[in-house]
Design a protein around this ligand. Structure first.
Ligand code: SF4
Ligand code: SF4
Length: 163
């Protein structure tokens, strides 16, 4: 992904694209950026000191990158975890969806993935995907309106081989 951005501006870091994107939005007065070393502080300062807003070409490139990322995600779960609070079966829904997405992504290039092993580990400590009783509490809370119960069936089929 970074090569896309480097091809356009070889001298700019990937992080600088993020900060400039946020700062280019109408009505944005302040952009907060997490930094963990001096190099990152310098990098942020360098692109904000003489700030130039995004061009149309740069917006298009970011859209292309977003499309590429989205096309590699099977379940569009954001990991917000709103869904897990009322689950009577204590199923760690976003954790399982993350494993499933990683599994689908890796299966396109590998014959074996570690996700089933990780799933076994997690499901020993909380509810399994196949424990879902279909009450629908989780779906009422999901801001992405995901058909969680249907996806959990696929998770169970993939990692438990039971459904
Ligand atoms: S539908 Fe399944 S996953 Fe959702 S809250 Fe009910 S038991 Fe939990
Ligand atoms: S509420 Fe929806 S988007 Fe948020 S973690 Fe649960 S399934 Fe994912």
């Amino acid at each position: 992904m970074e090569t896309l951005f480097r091809a356009c501006h070889p001298d700019l870091s990937a992080a600088s694209w993020a900060i400039r994107f946020a700062a280019s939005q109408d009505n944005v007065m302040l952009v907060l950026s997490g930094m963990s070393d001096l190099e990152q502080v310098r990098d942020n300062l360098s692109c904000m000191e003489h700030f130039t807003p995004f061009t149309q070409e740069e917006y298009s490139l970011v859209q292309k990158a977003a499309d590429l990322i989205n096309s590699s995600i099977t379940i569009p779960c954001t990991g917000c975890a709103y869904c897990i609070h009322n689950c009577p079966e204590t199923i760690p829904i976003p954790k399982y969806f993350t494993l499933y997405n990683a599994d689908m992504r890796e299966l396109s290039t590998k014959a074996w993935t570690a996700q089933t092993m990780l799933y076994s580990h997690f499901s020993e400590q909380s509810g399994k995907a196949s424990d879902c009783i279909g009450c629908g509490q989780c779906e009422k809370m999901c801001p992405q309106h995901l058909p969680i119960r249907e996806w959990l069936k696929k998770v169970a089929a993939r990692f438990e081989g039971t459904l």
